[in-house]
Design a protein around this ligand. Structure first.
Ligand SMILES: NC(=O)c1ccc[n+]([C@@H]2O[C@H](COP(=O)([O-])OP(=O)(O)OC[C@H]3O[C@@H](n4cnc5c(N)ncnc54)[C@H](OP(=O)(O)O)[C@@H]3O)[C@@H](O)[C@H]2O)c1
Length: 239
């Protein structure tokens, strides 16, 4: 078991990549704290993990609310005494439109979910990781956070900024033996609303398990190796 004895917080764990990562981490022996807004889905996930003889806890959290995020981190430390890994999966594109059709609140919601949420979780977890003098933070970036494409400008802007946040934070915390990786992912066969592609196209995309395996790899690197950014793409699709 590659993560035996480790404590991992996974945001956005109620579906998609976060859900798959929680399952993979638990199978590798980690105790997982799963966070997202949909309580019923988190409880279902924790029951599945328990069914396989592993340990998981659900702490429903909206990552756009700094008070809820602070509580997520403090409850985890109170319960388990440490946090080894933080995986920031909460995010989403929400809408595909020309820029003039995005409202103020849609812009704020996309930036808050994909970027500010990572600021909140990182800010809350770093003091504990510094005290431990160890930690791993994984952010779910995107190919469109490196190459802008039309009609998703708020999402693209948030993921570009996330790459900057990850790079800056990585330099800041490296002296404390804390490492930050931004996974720059191509299209994943997950929720994908509002795109809703057909099944044939979906089958050509990355699976959520592919991404979970990439996350596991970045959390189990040899002591001499660090990965600041990890681009991953489906084999035959350049999106
Ligand atoms: N799908 C792709 O092609 C693709 C490509 C590159 C990068 N990504 C990134 O990968 C990450 C995972 O996405 P996915 O594809 O797995 O999509 P997904 O299935 O829609 O998962 C998104 C997760 O984020 C959670 N979430 C959304 N808003 C939240 C909030 N305010 N507070 C807490 N949790 C919140 C959702 O749970 P609740 O609704 O229960 O809160 C859900 O669990 C995202 O950051 C996404 O931008 C996806």
């Amino acid at each position: 078991m590659k993560l035996k004895g480790r404590v991992a917080i996974i945001t956005g764990a109620s579906s998609g990549v976060g859900y798959a990562t929680a399952r993979v981490f638990a199978r590798e022996g980690a105790t997982v704290i799963v966070a997202a807004r949909r309580r019923d889905r988190l409880e279902h996930l924790v029951a599945e993990i328990a069914g396989e003889g592993q340990q998981g806890f659900s702490i429903p959290t909206d990552v756009t609310d700094s008070t809820q995020v602070q509580r997520l981190i403090e409850q985890t430390v109170a319960l388990l005494g440490r946090i080894d890994i933080l995986v920031n999966c909460a995010g989403g594109m929400m809408k595909i439109s020309p820029i003039e059709q995005f409202t103020d609140s849609e812009w704020r919601s996309i930036i808050d979910t994909n970027l500010t949420g990572v600021f909140y979780t990182s800010r809350a977890v770093i003091p504990y990781m510094k005290r431990q003098r160890s930690g791993t933070i994984i952010n779910l970036g995107s190919r469109v956070g490196k190459i802008g494409i039309a009609n998703i400008s708020p999402f693209s802007a948030a993921k570009f900024a996330l790459a900057g946040l990850s790079q800056s934070l990585a330099q800041e915390v490296r002296p404390y033996n804390i490492f930050v990786t931004n996974i720059i992912s191509g299209m994943i066969n997950a929720d994908l609303a509002p795109l809703n592609p057909d099944e044939t196209f979906r089958r050509r995309l990355l699976t959520t398990d592919d991404v979970a395996q990439a996350i596991l790899w970045t959390c189990t690197l040899p002591a001499s190796l660090r990965v600041d950014e990890l681009p991953i793409m489906p084999r035959q699709v350049d999106l």
